[in-house]
Write a new protein. Structure first.
Length: 310
């Protein structure tokens, strides 16, 4: 990332809830609990999918990718946020801040694209179940899972790394972390071109996948309604409703942040939206997919039963 000679900022102060000590204590406890649930829940899903051969299907392959992604996503910011809750003046160096910003943006775009691929997987599984195993072969699944990681780098990291930033002495971030919009609001140079570029990128990574997911579920709904088996319809609705719940929470908050008109003021609403798509969604993923999925619950019972027998 390019820095101008006039930039004398070497560190940032992250405000968060530091102005409200009592709120910060509560926030620390809630954040720590959420992070533990995220780590344990997603790690358990990875373990179950690896352990149970019945879960070695395309759907659970993509779910394992999502769980791994959520662990990386939250681990990028939550440990730093927890530490910041324990210090009077939370600071972060310029280099660490810019690195955190790029990683957050990169992993966020990866999740946007991965959720769209998971919707495509459900379309094939429900619309054409007889040819599902052939169409979604192992090689294609690996390719589909790799695509988000590559495209995300080109759509997010590359544009941000070429962005010239001049902070003109502004170093107080009214946020929990080095989130992209919060950083750009501190810049004092003209970034109109990059703001338009970011809007175009947000459309590609948020609106296009979200529209694709909605179209996919419209097709899924049509296929489900044609099923003669009531049990088949119930299982299809249960599986897809889990994915759709995650999609609504994640995309709803992300679109509210990145597709709305921006100003130079960091709103408290931005912090809430940030917490939802960075903290709440990764925590909800394993809960939603495990509590509403018979296969996952069955794999957990088998794992626990085998441990008890041994």
């Amino acid at each position: 990332m390019e820095r101008r000679n006039g930039t004398d900022v070497t560190y940032f102060v992250l405000v968060g809830f530091s102005e409200y000590p009592r709120v910060q204590v509560i926030f620390f406890c809630v954040l720590l609990l959420s992070y533990l649930i995220t780590l344990l829940g997603n790690s358990l899903i990875l373990l179950l999918i690896y352990y149970d051969s019945q879960l070695h299907t395309p759907m659970y392959f993509f779910l394992s990718n999502l769980s791994f992604l959520d662990i990386c996503y939250t681990s990028t910011i939550v440990p730093q946020m927890l530490i910041n809750c324990l210090v009077k003046v939370p600071t972060i160096s310029l280099g660490e801040c810019l690195a955190q910003m790029c990683i957050l943006l990169y992993l966020g775009v990866v999740e946007c694209l991965l959720l769209a691929i998971m919707a495509y997987d459900r379309v094939v599984a429900i619309s054409d179940p007889l040819h599902y195993a052939v169409k979604m072969g192992p090689q294609l699944c690996v390719q589909l899972a790799t695509i988000p990681w590559v495209i995300s780098f080109l759509l997010s990291v590359v544009p941000v790394m070429t962005m010239p930033l001049d902070f003109c002495g502004h170093y107080v971030i009214n946020h929990f972390s080095c989130e992209l919009l919060a950083i750009l609001k501190l810049a004092c140079n003209d970034l109109k071109f990059y703001e338009l570029l970011m809007l175009a990128t947000s459309s590609l990574t948020l609106l296009v996948p979200f529209t694709f997911i909605l179209a996919s579920y419209a097709r899924i709904l049509g296929a489900v309604l044609k099923m003669h088996s009531a049990d088949g319809r119930k299982k299809a609705f249960s599986t897809c409703s889990s994915h759709l719940t995650v999609v609504v929470v994640f995309y709803g908050t992300a679109i509210s942040m990145y597709m709305m008109p921006q100003d130079k003021v960091n709103r408290d609403e931005d912090k809430i939206f940030f917490l939802f798509y960075c903290i709440v969604t990764p925590m909800l993923n394993p809960i939603i997919y495990s509590l509403r999925n018979k296969d996952v619950k069955g794999a957990l019972r088998k794992l626990l039963g085998k441990k008890n027998d041994s």
